[in-house]
Structure formats: C-alpha cells, structure tokens
Write a protein that binds this ligand. Structure first.
Ligand SMILES: C[S@@+](CC[C@H](N)C(=O)[O-])C[C@H]1O[C@@H](n2cnc3c(N)ncnc32)[C@H](O)[C@@H]1O
Length: 201
C-alpha cells in the first residue's frame, strides 16, 4: 500500500498560487528567496538586456537559474515556458525568436498571467502569448515546440513524472529542454514532504 505523505494537489496548488500572487502584486515585499533584479544579476543574466526592460518585466522574477546559459534560441523558433510567472524569461526568449517566432508562457496563477500579458503589450512583443494552465495538463499541442524552458517550477509540482511527460509530449522530434530547478541530493524526510510551507518555498 502506498501512503500519501504530501498534502493533496489542490491544497498545494492553492498555497503556491497564494504565494506567487504576492510575488506578482507586491514585489517590494521581502520573501524568503531572492527575486527581481538582484536575483537576475546573481544568476548571470546579461544585465544590459535586463536594464533595458521595463521594471514590471523584472521585479517579480522568481527563477533559480538561467535557462539561456544551457543553449541558444534561434530566430523563428517556438518556445514554451513552463511556469512562466510574470514572464521575465518569455520576454528574453521573445526577443531571441523575433517577430517570426513564438513564445508561449503557461502558468496557473492569474495575477502572474495578468501582469505578464500587460508587460508583453507594453514591450510590443506580439509573438509572446500567455496561457492559463497546469504543467501537468499543458494547453499546448503535441510536437509543436522547438525549445521548452522552465525556471524554478518543477520543484513545486507534486507529480514530477507527469510534468516531464507533458513537457516531452509538446516537444518536436529533436526539441530541446533548458531546465533550471532545485535538486536535492538526499532523500527528503516525510515530515518535510508533509510541510506545505516547504513545498511553496
Ligand atoms: C518560482 S515561480 C517562477 C516563475 C518564473 N519561471 C520565473 O522565473 O520568474 C513559480 C511559478 O510557477 C507557477 N506554477 C507552479 N506550479 C504550477 C503548475 N502545476 N502549473 C502551472 N503553473 C505552476 C506558479 O504560479 C509561479 O508563477
């Protein structure tokens, strides 16, 4: 018999949405993780490009790495950002794919989507689109994506196998995955798995 240790998926999603609504709407608050412009600098993003973006494109950035350090993105390609948040990586990808390419950001938190859509409009990036959805049921057709990126998101998903299955379903043959996330190198104790605060961290 399998004993479920993690809180139910609906509970975790609600908590994650609550946490990231705060990151979207109150980015000046202190969180237990670095975010925004200082985190982009720590992670080695090209700061001349970051400085050229409007404040709202950067202030709610909550990634843990730099997916663009893992490979290139070519003009005309289709990019999927899995858990796109306020859209920071989508705007960088949007500039890389250019007007003939496409970037699709998927996120489950309305406040993040609303902010990301407003910024894309402000930046004139018509090739960048944001869709509401869950990573475990991506609203994206099979074999339609050249590059999937994700930054600090899969660690928040209780069903990681399903998340990866979905990402690979959307990739074209030969498609690439540039993934930045948190990895723990030893077994996570059950008490930690049951702690909602640690899940949303
Ligand atoms: C740590 S933030 C990272 C956001 C963005 N990648 C960035 O670098 O700024 C995590 C984001 O993933 C989203 N998220 C977490 N679990 C999700 C799921 N199962 N389906 C869709 N979005 C999810 C949250 O709503 C939040 O916006």
């Amino acid at each position: 018999m399998t004993v479920r240790v993690a809180p139910p998926t609906e509970v975790l999603r609600k908590e994650v949405q609550h946490r990231y609504t705060e990151v979207a709407t109150k980015p000046d608050q202190t969180f237990h993780f670095h975010h925004g412009w200082p985190m982009a600098e720590i992670l080695g993003y090209a700061m001349d490009r970051v400085d050229a973006m409007p404040l709202q494109a950067v202030e709610s950035f909550a990634g843990v790495g730099n997916p663009f350090s893992l490979g290139s993105i070519q003009p005309g390609e289709t990019v999927l950002d899995v858990g796109s948040g306020a859209g920071f990586d989508c705007f960088i990808a949007g500039q890389a794919v250019g007007p003939k390419g496409k970037v699709i950001g998927v996120d489950m938190t309305e406040a993040m989507l609303e902010k990301a859509r407003g910024t894309a409009q402000q930046m004139g990036l018509e090739q960048v689109e944001f869709r509401h959805g869950f990573i475990e049921e991506l609203p994206v057709p099979d074999a339609s994506i050249d590059v999937a990126i994700s930054n600090g998101v899969i660690n928040l998903c209780p069903d990681k196998y399903k998340a990866f299955e979905e990402v690979f379903r959307t990739l074209k043959a030969g498609g690439r995955l540039y993934l930045a996330d948190i990895v723990v190198h030893k077994p996570v104790p059950d008490a930690a798995k049951a702690n909602v605060d640690l899940w949303t961290a």
